[in-house]
Design a protein around this ligand. Structure first.
Ligand code: C5P
Length: 222
């Protein structure tokens, strides 16, 4: 069947990237993690000690920044100006600052342009906050993943434990809530379910059940 675009949006830690990767693999599609792009410019801004409120400086910085998402054997790698930052963009420092960078309209405009170029060929699964509403408004399948904040914090907690960190559940919950608030309340392309998106509450579903539900929507198009 003809390759399509699948947009997956939702709040922080709702399982978007985990599920998007599975769906992409099943369909032999490309997976594009747009959050990684916002994280990349945030990392570079922090490294360059640029104020995250200085929209003009940030957007100048982004104009001079190449961000590449590469599909490697061991998953997706992220390169900023050719340097591998895959792990660095997941640190708490970046996570807790990225929403302040992503709220600026000029930053979003540039990112959306880059993301739209990546999606022109179809055969893509893209996840983020504004994919169904702004990046690929004509995506053939739009999914909006939600889960209670308790469940999302718990998942992050377990993920961090597996990575060998020493997480605090309450702190994680507060960080997720804060990020969701900034992402939902910003003026430029806030986190919002597209009118034609299918909402899936993943609170009591397994990863595989969510992936299968999305694949079922894709097969309905055949
Ligand atoms: O998906 P992830 O948690 O990596 O996204 C990090 C942050 O990047 C989000 O909290 C949000 O501020 C921003 N983002 C965005 N629009 C997207 C993807 C991510 O504003 N399409």
């Amino acid at each position: 069947s003809k390759p399509i675009a699948i947009a997956i949006d939702g709040p922080a830690a709702a399982g978007k990237s985990t599920v998007a990767k599975i769906v992409a693999r099943e369909l032999s599609y490309i997976y594009i993690d747009t959050g990684a792009m916002y994280r990349s410019i945030t990392l570079k801004a922090l490294e360059n000690r640029i104020s995250l409120e200085d929209e003009k400086m940030l957007s100048g910085l982004l104009d001079d920044t190449s961000i590449e998402l590469i599909q490697g054997e061991d998953g997706q790698r992220v390169l900023v100006d050719g340097k591998d930052v895959t792990d660095e963009i997941r640190t708490e420092r970046v996570t807790n600052n990225v929403s302040d960078v992503a709220k600026h309209p000029t930053i979003r405009k540039e990112m959306v342009g880059r993301q739209q170029l990546l999606a022109t060929k179809r055969g893509v699964v893209m996840d983020g906050r504004d994919i169904g509403t702004h990046v690929i408004p004509d995506a053939e399948v739009k999914i909006f993943l939600i889960a209670t904040v308790e469940e999302r914090a718990k998942r992050r907690y377990e993920e961090n434990l597996r990575k060998g960190f020493n997480p605090d559940l309450e702190t994680l919950k507060k960080e997720i809530e804060r990020r969701d608030m900034i992402d939902s309340e910003r003026e430029a392309a806030p986190l919002l379910k597209a009118e034609d998106a299918i909402e899936i509450d993943t609170t009591s579903l397994t990863i595989d059940q969510v992936a299968q539900a999305i694949l079922t929507e894709v097969r309905k198009l055949d």
